[in-house]
Design a protein around this ligand. Structure first.
Ligand code: WQD
Length: 357
């Protein structure tokens, strides 16, 4: 797809549309980000090997935007295929979501995680540098902090030794991007450390659709409410927290997607040129597992079957973000209350399963 020119209705100005490659764009965060990119006037190209997603969300993105996004079913580790994508398209930047993300699975299959999560990123960066560089947003995670000594965490909070191969791949990829930006002047980078992405697009046309049994809390909740899962297990209520269950910073997926557009703008404006800036992307508000379960029931008027079980290995007791840097530098902040987010999550699940209520 060549860069597209279009004239504005009133003024004869030409705007060159920048094209962004979204790796893992068929997934939860990638699909929502594709919608926000298009709304912001970007061209979007999606590459995804569909190992952990199907085309449901791609179809949803097309329905929401009215645009059939160019899609390549390609593994980002396949350098020849990635080179072909860059030869066939004029790509100005990339947002890298493509990675395996199940903490527990990474402990069982570390080699698969190290190969996939690191090689997919180094391959993307190699091909970008060969093609003249560009702007890169890397999808990192609060997991890089481990159990922080002081909360909320800022971007200066030291990263602890990762407690899972998944978390280690995020730390390693952050370092890779930092070094690559330093070595290649044509490359700019921004690292976004997500806290806990939840919810769904208000259209209920895209949302979280994990393959198999969900690892994450909210999709397990919505599938339990939909009768797909028998009951929710709450992993531990003996933490040193107000109600004994673990604390997290749950961020609305559409708010999270918007942060990526502002991260690209930051680089387009060259405000962060020559360095790879890092931003926490959360709400700054800690919410416990039990609070979230009760809020979900209240907002959606459903009764969830749940039981308290033992702690899950690898979980931290509490983590939430200091988001002042993203607020100040990117001009980004969350706008959706958790009630709206949980209502959207349930609306998506109901639509997906054909539940009328
Ligand atoms: C949240 C809380 C669980 C499931 C991980 C990654 C992070 C990101 C999100 C990719 C914890 C509890 C969960 C369940 C439960 N990954 N829980 N019963 O572990 O905070 O973060 O996933 O985007 O990078 O680190 O998220 O949703 O798995 O767990 O009680 O069936 O819910 O113990 O306290 P987590 P999560």
């Amino acid at each position: 797809m060549r860069s597209l020119f279009y004239t504005h209705f009133f003024f004869p100005i030409f705007v060159i549309m920048k094209n962004i490659l979204v790796t893992g764009g068929a997934g939860f965060i990638g699909s929502h980000t594709a919608v926000e990119l298009i709304a912001a006037g970007y061209g979007v190209i999606i590459v995804d090997n569909l190992s952990n997603a199907d085309t449901t969300c791609l179809d949803g993105v097309s329905k929401i935007t009215g645009i059939k996004i160019p899609f390549y079913k390609v593994d980002c580790c396949d350098k020849r295929e990635m080179q072909k994508i860059f030869q066939e398209n004029e790509i100005d930047g990339a947002i890298h979501f493509a990675a395996f993300k199940a903490v527990g699975e990474s402990v069982q299959k570390p080699l698969m995680y190290y190969y996939n999560n690191i090689s997919s990123f180094t391959t993307l960066l190699e091909v970008m540098v060969e093609s003249g560089g560009g702007n890169v947003v890397f999808s990192s995670s609060a997991t890089v902090y481990g159990q922080a000594d002081v909360l909320p965490v800022t971007e200066e909070t030291p990263r602890k030794t990762a407690i899972s191969p998944y978390g280690n791949t995020k730390q390693i990829c952050e370092d890779i991007l930092q070094d690559a930006v330093r070595a290649h002047s044509g490359l700019q980078g921004v690292i976004l450390r997500y806290f806990n992405p939840i919810g769904a697009h208000p259209s209920a046309l895209i949302g979280e659709l994990p393959r198999g049994i969900p690892n994450n809390l909210v999709p397990f909740i919505t599938q339990t409410a939909a009768g797909i899962r028998r009951e929710l297990q709450i992993f531990g209520n003996d933490y040193n927290t107000p109600d004994g269950t673990a604390l997290r910073d749950y961020i609305d997926i559409v708010d999270l997607a918007a942060a990526h557009v502002l991260a690209l703008k930051r680089m387009t404006d060259h405000k962060g040129a020559g360095k790879c800036e890092i931003f926490n992307v959360g709400t700054g508000v800690p919410v416990s597992v039990m609070e979230l379960v009760l809020k979900f029931q209240e907002v959606n008027k459903v009764n969830l079957k749940y039981k308290i079980t033992g702690r899950r290995e690898g979980d931290v007791e509490a983590i939430w973000a200091d988001t002042s840097l993203a607020n100040k530098i990117l001009g980004w902040k969350t706008s959706r209350p958790i009630e709206e987010t949980l209502a959207n999550a349930w609306a998506w699940e109901k639509k997906l399963r054909g539940i009328i209520s």
